[in-house]
Design a protein around this ligand. Structure first.
Ligand code: ADP
Ligand code: MG
Length: 294
């Protein structure tokens, strides 16, 4: 079900040096190719070439390096304005970076024009947003089949039913959105994102419009999809939601300030301040925490 056509590994330029070191380390040789490889990603809004001193530019991402392997389940977490949505838009090929390199499933998408970017996006990416954005007068199964209808896929009904089954909603196939709960609507949106068998499933604040119990159910569904082999990336400002993913990437002011397993983060929290507290304490101006204040 999670079958996907990825470019052959031979199309990827792999330097001989890394092949040699991989040969010396069988575990590395067995590791899958990264599905996401980002290096030095910078994204700026405003302040174009005519801006002179760049006074109005906002740097939403300030040099992001991120590698995600096939089959990982990663939470991207950070406060409002830290760059999560910008990163997600670049990850999902809705936008391109101003600087840096991004290779998605073996394809260098760093500088693609809109048309080519859209093709890569349609082939490799499934999106889930805070709002499910379902067509109101359309049944769940037809909503899920929509991305395949655009492709003229004759198997679309069967595939849509299979995707609804994967999210536990096959019995609601004929229901319209207003006959479904908020959590069920979000499950339909997840099925719609899955129906094309994307290489990565990207969700931006998918639990943001739900109560905490329903939100935890949606995260449990992502965990289940991860267990069945999907690559899942969930963006959230809520550390409790992030804790439900095995790996967390923390953003602050457009930079990755922490990239670790949730188990490791929990262990550190037991005897240390949280990453955000630690950063706040280390920041200049946090007078109470600095030795000079005494
Ligand atoms: P998050 O999703 O973590 O809240 P965003 O990626 O939306 O963060 O935003 C990161 C920064 O970039 C913020 O300072 C935001 O104001 C700015 N920003 C985002 N989108 C735009 C835009 N289209 N135009 C100008 N500034 C933007
Ligand atoms: Mg956002």
């Amino acid at each position: 079900m999670a079958e996907q056509t990825l470019p052959n590994a031979t199309q990827l330029p792999i330097p001989m040096t890394s092949l040699a070191s991989a040969a010396a380390d069988p575990a590395r040789l067995a590791a899958p190719q990264p599905i996401v490889a980002m290096h030095g990603i910078v994204k700026r809004y405003g302040g174009g070439a005519d801006d002179g001193g760049d006074t109005t530019a906002v740097y939403a991402l300030r040099g992001v390096d991120l590698t995600i392997r096939r089959g990982e389940f990663v939470a991207i977490v950070g406060p409002s304005g830290s760059g999560k949505t910008t990163l997600m838009n670049i990850l999902g090929c809705l936008d391109v970076a101003d600087r840096g390199r991004y290779v998605l499933a073996g394809v260098d998408v760093s500088r693609l024009e809109d048309d080519a970017l859209a093709k890569v996006r349609n082939h490799f990416v499934g999106f889930v947003f805070q709002q499910s954005n379902l067509l109101a007068r359309t049944s769940a199964v037809d909503n899920v089949a929509l991305p395949l209808a655009y492709r003229g896929d004759s198997q679309r009904h069967a595939k849509a039913l299979a995707a609804l089954k994967a999210v536990g909603l096959e019995r609601r196939a004929g229901h319209r959105p207003n006959q479904l709960s908020g959590g069920e609507q979000q499950r339909v949106a997840i099925a719609r994102a899955l129906v094309t068998s994307p290489a990565i499933l990207l969700a931006d604040e998918p639990t943001g419009a739900l109560d905490s119990k329903t939100g935890a159910g949606i995260m449990a569904l992502f965990a289940q999809l991860h267990a069945s082999g999907r690559t899942v990336i969930v963006v959230t400002h809520d550390p409790r939601i992030a804790d439900l993913a095995p790996r967390q990437v923390h953003l602050l002011d457009g930079r990755i300030v922490l990239d670790a397993s949730t188990a490791e983060i929990h262990a550190r929290r037991l005897d240390d301040a949280s990453p955000f507290q630690a950063i706040a304490m280390a920041a200049p101006g946090a007078a109470a925490a600095s030795p000079e204040a005494h």
